[in-house]
Design a protein around this ligand. Sequence first.
Ligand SMILES: Nc1ncnc2c1ncn2[C@@H]1O[C@H](COP(=O)(O)OP(=O)(O)O)[C@@H](O)[C@H]1O
Ligand SMILES: [Mg+2]
Length: 256
Amino acid sequence: MDEQRREHPALQVVGLTKRFGGLTAVDNVDMEVYPGEVVGLIGDNGAGKSTLIKMISGVYRPDGGKIFLEGQETTFVSPLEARRLGVETIYQDLALCENLDATANIFLGREPMRRSLGLLKAVDRKHMLAESRSVLDRLDIHIPDLSRPIREMSGGQRQAVAIARAVYWNARLMIMDEPTAALGVPEQRKVLHLVHTLREQNVPVIIISHNLQDVFAVADRVVVMRRGKKVAERPIQETTMDELVSLMVGGSLLEE
Ligand SMILES: Nc1ncnc2c1ncn2[C@@H]1O[C@H](COP(=O)(O)OP(=O)(O)O)[C@@H](O)[C@H]1O
Ligand SMILES: [Mg+2]
């Protein structure tokens, strides 16, 4: 870990702030994520977790603060641009195209072209299929029929396709907002296993979860938000469920 700290953070945000009318949803948050690190982002409902990651993934423009990717200041104007620069995000409602199949989703917006009839360019579907199959095999993801539309797949398979896309394109950062919320237990395990795989491939991960067991299972470090502010951060070995819960809800439970 000390070795990693000497590298540039894969992601650094400084003073990130987002307001919705009179509400400061994210208030002056600083955070870093290092290569190969899994950071759990936790907090009660409404703490500002999703808003924070939406600024990092190009959905919202911050009202204040800066975002650095591998040391370089970055401003994304759209989620697509963020993805082109290597920030892959899985939202609660997923960033896949329902009507497209797994292969098309892995290559979405980055389809390889081949010449056809010498002049016309066409999408190289054969290449895409072979490449998809190979990355899915490498991650031990079983999707028998790659031509089925995503909408017919299980929640876990969808997550797996999004993760495969991140690995295939060498994402610089994978952000997952409640990735296991809608999944059955075996699929939750699979997704958490894939988070470990991402770390092995040195892809840093931010994972939002209200399930603290999941956070303990995968995170190296945890960042706690409350009412828009970052209130604590801990290496996972140096904290407990009880401490995290009281940080999430504030002193109130203890004071009463
Ligand atoms: N698009 C929006 N417009 C207005 N308020 C919003 C919007 N998105 C989030 N909020 C508010 O900002 C706060 C933080 O929300 P959010 O980031 O979704 O929290 P979390 O993901 O931690 O549950 C909440 O009070 C929420 O109601
Ligand atoms: Mg949220």
